[in-house]
Every structure is written in structure tokens, then in C-alpha cells.
Design a protein around this ligand. Sequence first.
Ligand code: NAD
Length: 294
Amino acid sequence: MTLLDGKLLSENIKSEIAAEVDLIRARGGKIPHLAAVLVGENPASEVYVSNKIKSCEQVGFKSTLIRRPADLGQEELLAIVQQLNNDPDIDGFIVQLPLPKHIEEEKITLAIDHRKDVDGFHPVNFGRMAQGMPAFLPATPFGILEILRRYNIDTAGKHCVVVGRSNIVGTPISILLSRKGYPGDCTVTLTHSRTVDLPGEVAKADIVVAAIGIPEFVKGEWIKEGAVVIDVGINRIADPSRKSGSRIVGDVDFPAAAPRCSYITPVPGGVGAMTVTALMLNTLKAAKGEIYPK
Ligand code: NAD
């Protein structure tokens, strides 16, 4: 069994991006600039946004953090989005989700200029992705593709079972892995809470992608010998043996699954580590006009 070390991969990719930024700077070009909008004080969002800003610093990007209180009005947030859409110095930006209940996330996502949508959540990017056109890919699926690519994992003709059909993970990764090319050309089964006999479906998989949000939900005995397991879950569970009283686990029962796998991502240090790095890759693409020529 080989661990798919997302942390190491992510450090390598960030060094590659930093080298490219150095070249841009040496040529007197414009330094890539990412902005993040954080509304309210959701503790998980605070951590995610601060990791994104830290990663920008690491790779040499310019970053701008716009913080607003939880009672920010929807119109005020839409005005911030418009301002970022129109600011020529901003190459890409994200509005951290979830937003406070009184703000309609869909309205905000739709208001973001798709050419700056480095989260890949805008339907224009999603549609282009589905049709195999150049697009900003959502960060988590993009990170998974990079893991498969950089570990040279064979995907053509493989049976991939995705567990969970969210718009940001399960659905896009099922589309991406079924597309023509590498990584892709898989035969994909997308499973969810209404799937009959989930263990039976997972047992057929050469590649399992678990994105459910339930700690250790996928059991070791469901996994076919030699399968590749990509665990997207990030769940905090109680652990009295730890000083903090808790620890992070994935959606897969790692101790039971790992011995049966050819490759598996650890949690933490697997997919999560790659997600922020994928956002950096998207920001670089935005700055270079690779998806939408400037
Ligand atoms: P979500 O809650 O939006 O979607 C969960 C999906 O799981 C749904 O489609 C649902 O149908 C399915 N599901 C729920 N119960 C099920 C069951 N009993 N059987 C089969 N399917 C079931 O979740 P999400 O946003 O895709 O996130 C999933 C997990 O991934 C969470 O733990 C989240 O924290 C984590 N996550 C990690 C990253 C990362 O960077 N690694 C990014 C996004 C999400």
C-alpha cells in the first residue's frame, strides 16, 4: 500500500508556482493577485481563508482579504463582488462559503465574473468543465486529478465509484473522471444517500472517491483488494486520548481499508492539503489568461 501524500505533493506544486512567479517578476510582469471575501466568523471558514492567504504568501502571489460582519446585507456583498469583478488588478477571487443564512449563495455565485471564478463554482465554468472545454475546475476535484496524475495512477477503463453527489466534490469529480483523456476514461458510478446496496457498489470499484461528510462511513471490508481510495472527508471526532480532546478523520475507515488498498490518501495530509494548492494553480491560470485569454 502506498500513501498518496497530498502534503508533499502540495509543497512540490507550490515550489513550482513560486518559481513561475519569480520568472514573472524578473520579466517585470504583473504578480498574480487573489482576493478572498469572508463574511461572519465561522471558525472553519476562518481556518480555510487563512490557509489560502498563507499559501498566496508562500507562492509569492499578492492577496487581499475582505472581511465583513455576519450581518452584511446581500446587496452590500453583491456590491463587493461587482467591485472585484471590475478591478483590473484582481486576477481571481473567492467568496468563502457557507454564507450567513440571509444571503442567497446562488445569487452571489452567479454574480461572480466567470473569468475570475477561481473556485470553479460558476455554472459557466461547470458547464465548460462538463463539455471538456478549458475551465476553472473546482479546487477539490482538481486536487484529486493532480494526485492521480502525479502518482501516475492508471485510470483508463477503471471502474470508479464516487460516494456523495455534492456540487463541489462528488458530481464534478464523477464528470471529470468519466471524460476522455488522462486522468479520466473511467467508467463512473455516482452513488448517494438513496443508493441501494452501497457496500456492493463500492466493492466493484477500482477507484473509490468518498465525499460524504460522515466519519469513517466507508468500511474496510467494502474495499476491493488493490483498489485506489481517495478520501475527501474532513470530520472532527472526539478523542479523549488527545490533548485537544478530538482528532480529524476521513469518510473512510482508514485502519481497516488501508491494508487492502494499492493507494490511499491519508486524512489529514491527503486531499485537503491539495485543495488550497489547486486554488493557487487556478489563480496562476487566471493571471496568465490560460482559460480566458485577457
Ligand atoms: P455534502 O454534505 O454537500 O454532500 C454529501 C453527499 O454525501 C451528498 O451528496 C449525500 O447524498 C451523500 N450522502 C450522505 N449520506 C449518505 C449515505 N448514508 N450514503 C451515501 N451517500 C450519502 O458534502 P461535501 O461538501 O461534498 O463534503 C463531503 C466531505 O468532504 C465532508 O467531510 C467535507 O468536510 C469534506 N470536504 C473536504 C474538502 C477538502 O478539501 N478535502 C473539500 C470539500 C469538502
